[in-house]
Design a binder for this molecule. Structure first.
Ligand SMILES: Cc1ncc(C[n+]2csc(CCOP(=O)(O)OP(=O)(O)O)c2C)c(N)n1
Ligand SMILES: [Mg+2]
Length: 222
């Protein structure tokens, strides 16, 4: 609501998040107030070890949009152009003041949820092979080669250039000053509530003891 007139916000979340209260109240609120946003569910079929069949009885996560009065669309998340087309449509709708949409990108998570998760414990190797054959980058490269937009070997060159660009940004951010510790509790409420001020002050005492606090990180008055 505070955004500039042509500003549109995309909210990305996994299939697992669709069972949380925030998903339902967020979609409902955004639709009622016709907010300029696009909800993007990255549906990889698994929420850590919980499969989508245990997550929802709906045919698709996109069907949930109907209840909130917004369009919901299932998209092949491994097809770059299909994703671009669906997002363009949803962004234009939001920008025109017609309200939010839910875009569900069907894809797969090739690795675990995190480095401490072992997906071989709950997933079938056949499923992995099925998705391996549908790698979105391989597929897009094939399309670009067939359309003669890129030449053979050009992908490696693009990748090398991107690694250099990402590396430079990482070095820049690593050298940037640390964020003030207080931002841990200052980014949600207009005024930091008492329970967070108390928690922060305890945390700040520890940070000071460990030499991690800098001037300006000082405790809140209670
Ligand atoms: C509000 C909240 N509830 C529960 C959790 C615990 N939790 C962490 S990840 C996760 C599943 C997330 O599923 P998804 O977004 O589909 O992630 P993926 O396994 O695909 O990486 C859950 C329930 C959490 N982090 N926050
Ligand atoms: Mg998931």
């Amino acid at each position: 609501m505070r955004g500039k007139k042509d500003e549109v916000h995309a909210i990305y979340f996994g299939d697992g998040a669709t069972s949380s209260n925030g998903f339902h109240s967020g979609l409902n609120w955004a639709a009622v107030f016709k907010l300029a946003c696009v909800f993007v569910c990255v549906d990889n079929g698994w929420a850590i070890s919980v499969s989508s069949s245990k997550q929802t009885a709906a045919k698709s996560y996109a069907d949930k949009a109907l209840a909130y009065g917004m369009p919901g669309e299932d998209v092949d998340g491994n097809d770059v152009l299909a994703v671009h087309a669906a997002m363009t449509k949803a962004v234009e709708r939001a920008r025109a003041g017609k309200g939010p949409s839910l875009v569900v990108l069907k894809t797969y998570r090739m690795l675990g949820h995190s480095s401490s998760d072992d997906p071989t414990k709950y997933r079938d190797a056949k499923e992995l092979a099925y998705w391996e054959a549908r790698d979105p980058i391989e597929g897009f490269e094939k399309k670009l080669l067939a359309a003669k937009i890129i030449a053979k070997g050009e992908r490696a060159k693009i990748e090398a250039e991107l690694v250099i660009e990402i590396d430079a940004e990482i070095h820049k951010q690593e050298a940037a000053p640390k964020m003030p510790l207080k931002t841990l509790v200052e980014d949600v409420y207009a005024e930091v509530p008492l329970h967070l001020r108390k928690q922060y002050n305890q945390f700040h005492a520890i940070a000071e003891r460990l030499g991690e606090a800098t001037p300006g990180d000082g405790a809140f008055p209670l």
